[in-house]
Ligand binder design. Structure first.
Ligand code: SF4
Length: 330
């Protein structure tokens, strides 16, 4: 799958497909895609996550064991469906807390008011994933049900118990003053603290009640404790920011040793009217990913060296290394 094709699939994000062609459907419980049925499509070593939607301009059919995605009656790309393990292929990626006291305007989780899993339930899910023999990593995330401190306590406990599986463990939580040190001591290998946007004005109106400077400080400390190529951060594209502000934000994060994940924004029906989302065009996704690639390369950071969470999954984003690799000359 060429980067241009993947960027187009990411931009459209949905496919009209007969669900009998799919394996297990994934319904994410975290982040902007929460609550929508989706599947993973793999072609030529590249992966994309697509939601199932009968109104999509893309139509997928089965042909000789392949899935063929068509646009305007023409074949766009051909590949296979990949089964998720928990939330995504090859990882036990568990959202411990499907609710949130924060109110990020692009995120449906606070409105979904989902379940809080007990530590035992989370560990049982991981153990079941381990028993399949296909679990390559464990990733833990969480909304904030009461306080960030309680979620960090829970993540620490899960990481301590999950170390016994001997696979890399990544954690994405809202940071607290001692979360980085405690998660490292518990046995976590990689950390993600999300900035969401680096445009301060957009941050103020989109991430009400959160503190970007504190998150940046935590990211810097995370790089000091976990090392380079172990710390990443979601950076949403499509909240009204300019390309120049994205580049400036990438440079700021990379200067701290953080690998930004450029995540195309999507509008969730539960957030209609609360936020302006401009889903980035394929051209914009490609342009910004090339800029990201250049800045990472200049600073010795590698988006393809991570082993947990979104960077190895690549379902929702164009990975600046593993998805552009054969196309460096662009
Ligand atoms: S890229 Fe991240 S959010 Fe998207 S499916 Fe993969 S693990 Fe989930």
């Amino acid at each position: 799958m060429r980067p241009e094709t993947k960027a187009e699939l990411i931009n459209i994000g949905k496919v009209d497909i007969d669900i009998s062609l799919l394996g297990r459907l994934t319904i994410p419980t975290a982040g902007p895609g929460a609550g929508k049925s989706a599947f993973f499509f793999r072609s030529g070593g590249h992966r994309v996550r697509l939601t199932v939607d009968g109104t999509s301009p893309l139509h997928a059919v089965g042909e000789n064991g392949d899935i063929v995605i068509m646009k305007d009656g023409e074949e766009l790309v051909r590949g296979q469906i990949e089964d998720e393990l928990i939330h995504c292929p090859e990882q036990a990626y568990v959202n411990m807390t499907e609710k949130c006291i924060f109110d990020c305007k692009f995120c449906p989780v606070p409105k979904l008011d989902g379940k809080i899993k007990s530590i035992e339930e989370v560990l049982e899910m991981i153990d079941k994933a381990h028993r399949t023999g296909t679990m390559k990593a464990i990733s833990i995330t969480s909304g904030v049900a009461e306080t960030p401190e309680i979620e960090v306590d829970r993540a620490v406990e899960v990481v301590r118990s999950a170390r016994r599986y001997g696979v890399p463990i990544g954690v994405c939580v809202y940071p607290t003053p001692d979360s980085t040190r405690r998660l490292k001591d518990a046995g976590a290998d990689e950390i993600k603290y999300n900035v969401e946007t680096m445009d301060r004005a957009i941050y103020q109106r989109s991430c009400v009640g959160q503190d970007l400077d504190m998150i940046l400080h935590s990211l810097k400390e995370a790089v000091d404790i976990f090392g380079h190529n172990r710390v990443c951060s979601n950076f949403i594209i499509g909240l009204g920011e300019t390309d120049d502000s994205v580049e400036k934000g990438i440079r700021e994060l990379v200067s701290l040793g953080v690998v930004p994940i450029l995540r195309p924004a999507s509008m969730h029906p539960l957030r209609q009217g609360e936020v302006v989302i401009e889903r980035p065009t394929p051209e914009r996704i490609l342009k910004l990913t090339h800029i990201l690639r250049k800045i990472l390369d200049q600073n010795g950071l590698h988006a393809d060296s991570f082993r947990t969470m979104c960077l190895p999954c690549t379902g929702c984003d164009l990975n600046p290394h593993s998805d552009l690799d054969e196309y460096n000359e662009q």
